[in-house]
Structure formats: C-alpha cells, structure tokens
Design a protein around this ligand. Structure first.
Ligand SMILES: [Zn+2]
Length: 53
C-alpha cells in the first residue's frame, strides 16, 4: 500500500492533505527519488554494488 503523502513545493512541507496547510497551495504527490538530479543515494548504491558478490 502506497502512502498518500504530498508536499508543498513552496514551503517544502509534507502533508497528507490536498492543499498546503500553511500557504494553501496545491500539494503535489511525492515521487520516488530514482530520477532525481540530486541523487544522494547514488554513491551509497554504488558502494553496495561493489560489496555484492
Ligand atoms: Zn505551502
């Protein structure tokens, strides 16, 4: 079951509602960081891969 968590891009705030509770802007569904330009886990993934048999 997937979480329905959403995020306000303006406030950088996570919410479960359709709109940001702070600014009222529509909150957008969060996406997996797989294709994010900020791939913080890339290095970690590569390290794991090197340790794999
Ligand atoms: Zn907001």
């Amino acid at each position: 079951m997937r979480s329905k968590i959403k995020r306000c891009r303006t406030c950088d705030l996570y919410t479960l509602k359709d709109n940001c509770p702070i600014c009222g802007a529509p909150a957008v569904q969060t996406k997996p960081p797989r294709f994010s330009p900020e791939d913080r886990y890339g290095r970690f993934r590569r390290a794991l891969r090197q340790e794999a048999p």
